[in-house]
Write a protein that binds this ligand. Structure first.
Ligand code: RIB
Length: 316
């Protein structure tokens, strides 16, 4: 059977203003405006597709121009789409990006909040048994959990990108993931909520490997945890005896310096590329997949925008 990545998650129309510095309360600023497709789910689907994988995207859309955009883009890039119709408007995001490429984001979930658990689980198998199922937390957690369970039942590798950081997720849902991919903010939030450990996100990249590994093991139990660390690359931690082809249980993967224009969607690029590499090259050691995902994500920051900043760069 052909390998396939199934991404379950959000589609948003992003409204983006580039500003000199991010606004403070009460401020009125001028900025250059652009709009384009986004949403963590769609960004990840686009990355998986442009990294060369057969890709299916399961989401909820309204009945409006945003939904037409989603359909047209899926058709143009060859992403199979399973969209649940909703009476709510298609999701939106307001994004400010500063001169250093940093952002802050407000999401109007709209139709994404209506994604039904039964719909999501049923459509995970539309293309036969998926190789990889990839989900995030911009959709109802019940739907995400059911889709992850459906992925497990079909024998897929299940990846949960527990983003955004303020999304609450039950421990039982985390445990459905074979691979967890928080960034440092999300990792600190998960450690606080699920392990009772308080750590500043900024302090994480400074921790020595064994400390970081111990935190990952406390959170992940049986799952591989990859903490993405922005410009510091990422940290990989495997459970004892489940090294996924690696020779060591934990290690850092550095990033090559690039001309950063816009980091919006960089985490999504990482997740989509990781999923594609796992699906396309199953015999590879895990570290090879992670190295590809880091390179892919770093390339995505050289272009402005979210979904449309995903490079066409096949896993190889
Ligand atoms: O991860 C980036 C994405 O977060 C943006 O595209 C925006 O839509 C929000 O969902």
């Amino acid at each position: 059977a052909m390998s396939e990545v199934v991404v379950v998650g959000s589609f948003n129309v992003d409204h983006v203003w580039r500003v000199a510095s991010l606004p403070q309360a009460g401020a009125t600023l001028g900025g250059d405006y652009a709009s384009g497709p986004g949403g963590k789910g769609f960004n990840q689907a686009m990355a998986a597709r442009r990294a060369g994988a057969n890709t299916r995207f399961v989401c909820a859309l309204g009945d409006d121009a945003g939904a037409q955009l989603a359909r047209a883009l899926c058709a143009a890039d060859g992403i199979a789409l399973a969209a649940q119709p909703s009476e709510s408007p298609t999701g939106t995001a307001g994004i400010y990006v500063d001169a250093a490429g940093r952002n802050c984001i407000v999401v109007g979930a709209g139709a994404n909040a209506a994604l039904d658990a039964g719909f999501a689980a049923a459509h995970v198998g539309d293309g036969g048994a998926p190789t990889v199922v990839l989900a995030q937390l911009e959709s109802p957690v019940e739907a995400i959990a059911m889709a992850m369970q459906a992925g497990r039942d079909a024998g897929a590798t299940v990846i949960l990108n527990p983003a955004p950081a303020n999304a609450a997720v039950p421990g039982a849902t985390l445990e459905l993931a074979h691979i967890l991919t928080p960034n440092e903010t999300e990792f600190a939030a998960l450690l606080g909520r699920h392990v009772g450990e308080r750590i500043e996100p900024e302090a994480l990249s400074q921790l020595d490997q064994q400390r970081l590994h111990a935190h990952c093991r406390a959170l992940g139990h049986d799952s591989t945890v990859i903490v993405t660390l922005g410009g510091s690359g990422c940290f990989v931690s495997h459970p004892e005896g489940q090294l996924r082809g690696d020779t060591v249980a934990c290690y850092r993967v550095p990033i090559e310096p690039t001309q950063v224009v816009d980091t919006t969607g960089a985490g999504d690029a990482f997740n989509g590329a990781l999923a594609a590499s796992l699906a396309l090259l199953p015999a590879r050691a895990f570290a090879e997949h992670v190295r590809f995902a880091v390179r892919y994500a770093s390339r995505s920051t050289e272009l402005a925008g979210a979904a449309l900043s995903m490079p066409r760069m096949a896993a190889c």
